[in-house]
Structure formats: structure tokens, C-alpha cells
Design a binder for this molecule. Structure first.
Ligand SMILES: [Zn+2]
Length: 349
């Protein structure tokens, strides 16, 4: 490694970690250094993490069974009440905006690809406002307008549970994503509204029928921000060959998920997962999608990642692994950040 290659990443759950810390000073602590989890500003700088899609994920209610329902081979986690989702979604949006306000320029909420580029050049952490699970949004889509005005630029209709718009794919291994029905009428309207507002529609967590519906309806490139290759790890959250083909046909993109349970051929979560399996998924994604269709989608602060990476400061290890696998500098930069910025240019402007 000569110099640090910047990484702009398709998915992290840092806002969830900050929200669940339930601490009024948490934004300042994120900027100064917040131990635990995967991301804070000092570690981001150390690892070359230049930014990414910062997800707002309305968490399940902490009730008996809620956590158990997040494990594999279970039924879909239960649906979330709108009022509950609204409360947590707005709280996390506020955390995102406060991070920018108190950061003295070190953290920027980016509403365009140009803003991401400028932030990366300045060394300000570039955050794109993303929602993972649209439970907070009313079916008249009034809140969508408000969230868009606040900076929302990317939205996944579902997390791995059903809502008013679509059906998320439950966590199962081995299983295909062919579980459950497609989009509701409200879901179809939401996809069209996202197209009109230039909000990216994220397919990660959506089931197969929903994926087909989005492919039919959407006029934007198909994007899965944090999913892996089903042919290598047969988890319901990973993408089948036909899905990769559909993504390629629209000039779309996939971000590599670092979650060990979505990487390993045995589907197990384990810290001893090597970087070689990450490169295997990257190889397969490159083969299926071409050099412009592959990025990273770490799932930092939302998943169990390989010990070899540990947290955001370990990103250079993955860059090294790509170099050792024979990837050239130009390809590594595309995967690390340029492809995401190019995709944002096309979708959000
Ligand atoms: Zn996710």
C-alpha cells in the first residue's frame, strides 16, 4: 500500500448504533471517537472510509422474539407499526442532520454526486441519506416529499419483513429469495415516486417477486446496495444469477456485503471468515456485471464482519486483498468508490 484509497460504501448502519446509544452527546462522540461498533470519524479517516449511504433502519420493537426473529431459518420478522417506525426514522434523520451541523465541516450530508465528490476531495465524510424499510412513510407518500426535502436520496422499500409497500425476504439458509408476493399497489406507486424524485431504489432485502416488479416498473438502473452472490453463498438475502443478469441489463450495480453469513458458502456467521471469500464474491460480481457494476456495501454497524477487517479502519486490508488477487489500481478505485459516485450521478444527479 502506497497511499490510502478512499472507500465510498453502499450501506452502513451507523445511525442505528447512534440512535440506540440513547445519548444526547452521541453525535459529538461520533466525531471525536466512539468506542465499539464499526464506524466513527477517527477510525473512518484511518481506514480511508470517505463516506457512503447512511441507512435509517427502523428497528424491531424490543419484545420477546424480536431478536430471535432476526436469525436464520425463521419466519419473517414481524411487521412494525407505522407510529413506531415514524418515531425512530425521524430520530435517526435528526442524528444525521446534527452530525453535519456540529462537525465543523468534517461530515457532509450529500444530496448529489457532485456533493459526494467535493466532500471526498475535501476529506469531509460524505453521507447519503438512505432509508432501509419504508414503514414510516404513509401510503399517500406525503412523508416521502418531506424526507426528500430533508435530503433523502436512496430508499429500500423493505427490510427483511413485510410492510405496506412490499415483502422483505426473511433470513434463511439455504434458501432462494422466492418467498412471498410482489409489491402492493402502494409499493408500485412508491417506486414511481422515487423515479420522479430521483431517489435511488435499493433492492437489497426485497424478495424475488418484488424484485421482478421493480425491474418492470422502474426506469432507473437496478441497484442492490449490500447483497452477495447466491451461487457462492446460498442465503435468501443473496442475488440469484437471473437477478444479476437483470441488474446488468440496466447498467445497474451491486455492493459487496461484508456480513459473514452472506459471504461464507456454509452460511455460518464467523469472525474467522477469510478475505479470500470476499474476493471470490467480487470476482463473480465482476464476471456478471462488468467493471462498472461492482462496489462495496459493508453493512458496518449492522452485521458480523470478518475479524480480518474488524471495523472501518481495516478497509485497507480488503484493498490489499484485491491487489494480491491481481486487480489493477483503476479497477480497485472503481470498486472502492468511483462506481458508486457514477451510479449516484446517474440516479440522483
Ligand atoms: Zn441491510
Amino acid at each position: 500500500m502506497t497511499d490510502l484509497i478512499p472507500v465510498f460504501d453502499g450501506h452502513n448502519d451507523a445511525l442505528l448504533r447512534l440512535y440506540q446509544a440513547n445519548d444526547a452527546t452521541v453525535e459529538a462522540r461520533f466525531i471525536e471517537g466512539l468506542p465499539g461498533g464499526h464506524i466513527d470519524l477517527p477510525r473512518a479517516r484511518k481506514g480511508g472510509f470517505a463516506g457512503g449511504m447512511f441507512a435509517i433502519f427502523p428497528p424491531p420493537l424490543e419484545q420477546p422474539g424480536a431478536r430471535r426473529a432476526m436469525s436464520t431459518d425463521d419466519e419473517a420478522p414481524p411487521a412494525l407499526e407505522r407510529a413506531e417506525a415514524l418515531s425512530s426514522t425521524l430520530a435517526m434523520a435528526s442524528i444525521l442532520l446534527r452530525l453535519e451541523r456540529i462537525s465543523d465541516g468534517a461530515f457532509t450530508v450529500c444530496r448529489s454526486a457532485g456533493a459526494v465528490r467535493t466532500a471526498v476531495e475535501k476529506g469531509s465524510l460524505a453521507a447519503v441519506f438512505h432509508i432501509e424499510g419504508a414503514e414510516a412513510i404513509d401510503t399517500d407518500l406525503a412523508l416521502l416529499d418531506v424526507l426528500h426535502a430533508a435530503g433523502l436520496r436512496s430508499l429500500g422499500l423493505v427490510w427483511s419483513r413485510p410492510n405496506a409497500f412490499a415483502h422483505g425476504v426473511p433470513f434463511r439458509f439455504p434458501a432462494t429469495p422466492e418467498i412471498g408476493p410482489g409489491l402492493t399497489d402502494a409499493g408500485k406507486a412508491l417506486v414511481k415516486a422515487c423515479n420522479r424524485l430521483n431517489v435511488l431504489v435499493d433492492l437489497s432485502h426485497l424478495n424475488a417477486e418484488g424484485f421482478r416488479d421493480v425491474a418492470k416498473i422502474s426506469d432507473a438502473p437496478l441497484v442492490a446496495t449490500h447483497s452477495n452472490v447466491h451461487a457462492i453463498c446460498g442465503h435468501s438475502r443473496n442475488l440469484m444469477d437471473w437477478q444479476l443478469d437483470a441488474i446488468r441489463d440496466t447498467g445497474g450495480m451491486v455492493g459487496l456485503n461484508f456480513a459473514t453469513g452472506f459471504l461464507r458458502p456454509d452460511g455460518r456467521m464467523g469472525g474467522d471468515t477469510g478475505l479470500d471469500v470476499m474476493v471470490r464474491h467480487l470476482d463473480a460480481l465482476l464476471e456478471a456485471l462488468g467493471e462498472n457494476g461492482v462496489g462495496l456495501g459493508s453493512d458496518f454497524d449492522g452485521a458480523h464482519v470478518p475479524k480480518a477487517i474488524g471495523d472501518v479502519s481495516g478497509l485497507p486490508k480488503l484493498i490489499d486483498a484485491m491487489e494480491k488477487a491481481g486487480y489493477g489500481r483503476e479497477l480497485i478505485e472503481k470498486i472502492a468508490w468511483r462506481n458508486w459516485v457514477g451510479m449516484l450521478e446517474r440516479v440522483i444527479g
